[in-house]
Design a protein around this ligand. Sequence first.
Ligand SMILES: NC(=O)c1ccc[n+]([C@@H]2O[C@H](COP(=O)([O-])OP(=O)(O)OC[C@H]3O[C@@H](n4cnc5c(N)ncnc54)[C@H](OP(=O)(O)O)[C@@H]3O)[C@@H](O)[C@H]2O)c1
Length: 275
Amino acid sequence: MASNPHALISGGSSGIGLALAHRLAAKGYALTLLARDPARLSEARSALAKTGATVRVTPTDVRDEAAVGDAVAAAIAEHGAPDLLVASAGIVIPGVFKQLPAAAFHDTMTTNYDGTLNLVRAALPAMLARRAGRIVLVSSGAGLIGLYGYTAYAPTKFAVRGLAEALRGELKPEGIAVSIVYPPDTDTPQLREEVQIRPAITSKIAGGARVHSAEEVADAILKGVESGRFTIAPGWEMGLLNRLHSLLGPLLHRFSFDPVIAKMHGRDGGGTAPG
Ligand SMILES: NC(=O)c1ccc[n+]([C@@H]2O[C@H](COP(=O)([O-])OP(=O)(O)OC[C@H]3O[C@@H](n4cnc5c(N)ncnc54)[C@H](OP(=O)(O)O)[C@@H]3O)[C@@H](O)[C@H]2O)c1
């Protein structure tokens, strides 16, 4: 069995997960990447292998509990229990509640929440046996505050946050650390696709904040992991929202978002036009 530390990343073929994989490869981690699309996975593996990293990729749908169990067991057999387990696989389906099909809510919850749960449940027994390692769950700013256009997405990220907070207390005495990440808008394929279809009101509300690069977010995650932080909130906006969301949320809704919604609602048929 290899002696390098092992990082197992769901959603490691793209965006934030892939940027983090590059950072961890540079630190000498052996990597396991899970995602669905085999072509994107092998592209990621080729790029990472150029840095000399050992990379295992397994096409896996995180919604499939048995498939996640098999992929994680095989990765553990090769590289040992993960020192770092990162749940970054996720999707967003923006839209106005009354217009979203039931499948949007179901697909988003099964991917973002059940997928995270499946990964943690599959890897935890081996981590517990070693009494070591850190679990990093990727939520979102939408896990701190529910925004217009995110009725399918925000609840999944609130759920991930709840899981992280409850898990932290249970796993600390067992020697396993937990971190929760609240990325801001980050320039990844997910965001690039989302801005094409999200309601104009959502874009107006979210548009004021700076879009971070995936590398910046990965750096913040690595820094948070290395300094043993539970909460990782990249950028000052997320930092502020993380600390003050109970106070800021109602004020933002009332004085910033509601006026935008009042002004724009109806102009584009309920806010469905891209913007
Ligand atoms: N970008 C942002 O602005 C932003 C902001 C806040 C939070 N986040 C969160 O950050 C995480 C990473 O997002 P990103 O922006 O880096 O997105 P991305 O570039 O689209 O990457 C998403 C990754 O998840 C994988 N994935 C999606 N569905 C999956 C499934 N059912 N099974 C296995 N893998 C699956 C994708 O691969 P396949 O499609 O091949 O499966 C891909 O590797 C997500 O949880 C997202 O919600 C992103």
